[in-house]
Design a protein around this ligand. Structure first.
Ligand code: GRF
Length: 216
């Protein structure tokens, strides 16, 4: 059965676009039931509207606290009975209650080779550390920020002439490959969260996740 996906965004939504494109190309056995943004001016909302996908706005600034905002999100999201929640540049810290509600069926993408560089300014931190490689990770969301089990990683090299902007662009291009891939695998039940850990084709997935570069 085709899976129902709800995507949460706060900004441009280029990862949302990459997933929409993969769905249009028939690569994902699912459909986006709704896109939800906490910001009214998020460009990703226009992308959703163009594709005739319900584009919902829920402003966190209109709520007294994180708990009531997250509760309102749950109500909006659950209306669509999603199988999968995709965080695609959603710039809000989520409450434990929200995370537990979608445990095992919520993915995030983070612009670093986790567990390195959790949090913000990952590109700058990787350059400043003199790293040879940087990249991005799709992971399952748990209560620990950027800390859930890893699903897929994609690597890029950091070249001598890279600055924060150029590195961000390189990583973004890889994000647009690994996120649709991870969503595709979840929708086809190839990749699964289980109480015993993450399985790929019913085999345990190594803790560093599926490495796109080394395996393709
Ligand atoms: C991406 O860099 C992603 O890694 C991070 O937020 C950014 C979202 O970009 N979580 P976009 O809105 O998908 O273009």
């Amino acid at each position: 059965m085709s899976k129902r996906i709800v995507v949460l965004i706060s900004g441009s939504g280029s990862n949302l676009q990459a997933i929409m494109d993969a769905i249009d190309a028939g690569q994902i056995n699912g459909r986006i039931a709704a896109v939800l943004s906490n910001k009214a001016d998020a460009y990703g909302l226009e992308r959703a509207q163009k594709a005739n996908i319900p584009a919902l706005i829920l402003k966190h600034t209109e709520f007294d606290d994180r708990e009531s905002f997250d509760q309102a999100m749950i109500e909006k999201i659950d209306h669509y009975q999603p199988d999968l929640i995709v965080l695609a540049g959603f710039m809000r810290i989520l409450t434990a209650e929200f995370v537990r509600h979608y445990q095992g069926r919520m993915l995030n993408i983070h612009p670093s080779l986790l567990p390195k560089y959790k949090g913000l300014h990952t590109h700058k931190r990787a350059i400043e550390a003199g790293d040879l490689y940087h990249g991005c990770t799709v992971h399952f969301v748990t209560e620990e920020l950027d800390g859930g089990p890893l699903a897929v990683q994609g690597k890029v090299s950091i070249d001598m002439d890279d600055d924060e902007d150029s590195l961000q662009q390189k990583v973004h291009a890889v994000e647009h490959k690994i996120y649709p891939l991870a969503v595709e695998w979840i929708c086809s039940d190839k990749l699964k969260w289980t109480p015993k850990g993450i399985l790929i084709n019913n085999q345990p997935l190594p803790s560093e996740g599926y490495q796109l570069d080394s395996s393709v």
